[in-house]
Design a protein around this ligand. Sequence first.
Ligand SMILES: NC(=O)c1ccc[n+]([C@@H]2O[C@H](COP(=O)([O-])OP(=O)(O)OC[C@H]3O[C@@H](n4cnc5c(N)ncnc54)[C@H](O)[C@@H]3O)[C@@H](O)[C@H]2O)c1
Length: 271
Amino acid sequence: MTSPATPALARFAGRTALVTGAAHGIGRAVATRLHAEGANVALADLDPAAAKDAAATLGDRAVAVECDVTDAEALERAVTAVVEQFGALDVLVCNVGVATGEGFDALDDAAWTFQLEPTLHGTVRTIQAALPQLLTSAWGGAVVMTGSVNGLAAFGNVGYSLAKAALPNLAQNLAVEYSATRVGEGQRPVRFNVVAPGTVRTRVWDDQDPDALVPLYPMGRVGEPEDIAAAVAFLASDDASWVTGITLPVDGGILAGPALAFQERNRGPVD
Ligand SMILES: NC(=O)c1ccc[n+]([C@@H]2O[C@H](COP(=O)([O-])OP(=O)(O)OC[C@H]3O[C@@H](n4cnc5c(N)ncnc54)[C@H](O)[C@@H]3O)[C@@H](O)[C@H]2O)c1
């Protein structure tokens, strides 16, 4: 199976989405997908030139917002700018993650902070900044966070993985706290879900060949950003209107088990 082409859906017509880490890779593909389905899209990133470029490629209904998710005030400004521009905020995609790749023995305070701060606290901060607007969304708000298979099993990169592992629990807690039975008078519920990608061909793999990992993937290929964007769009849309607090692996089957893929490549049984 190849990656999904952009379908003729308009699930986000009239809605506004804010996507963080949207200048490159998965975030850019998510912004592109939501925009193709009719959303007004704000592409938030700490790389303003690339974010502007990505927004310009989309054209009407797309704006770039300079924003570092480690900066609460910058996030407040970004949300204000989006609401001034488009009048509302209905969908939030928290997509920033930073990995440095050292082993556990080298995970010192600096490496911990460097990864946990944007990946976990940045996600918390982004949701805190956007929540007041999401709670007033005419459709009910939707938040999708980009987790990782690294947060669901041992794939190394332990600092980054710990940050990603917290996101499913964050989604569960917030799913309950901001559900239809709990929100206040005049507020709409907000759904919170996580996508957990496996290896996705983005610039983070520029110094390694992601296809070297294909034998780990039962589906015989690594992911493309569009694979993740399709899942994010589903979770953010009304097609998932009864889905909240879940983590959806989008991983070519790697969590289902790589053993058969190894066997097929004549590497022999693994047990
Ligand atoms: N590529 C993969 O194999 C893979 C696998 C699983 C999960 N993920 C996750 O997917 C997400 C996107 O990764 P990607 O591969 O597209 O990476 P990428 O480097 O292509 O894109 C990440 C974007 O985030 C921006 N960014 C980084 N720090 C930021 C900050 N503090 N504030 C605002 N923007 C910031 C970058 O400028 C960049 O535009 C991350 O959360 C990553 O952990 C990626």
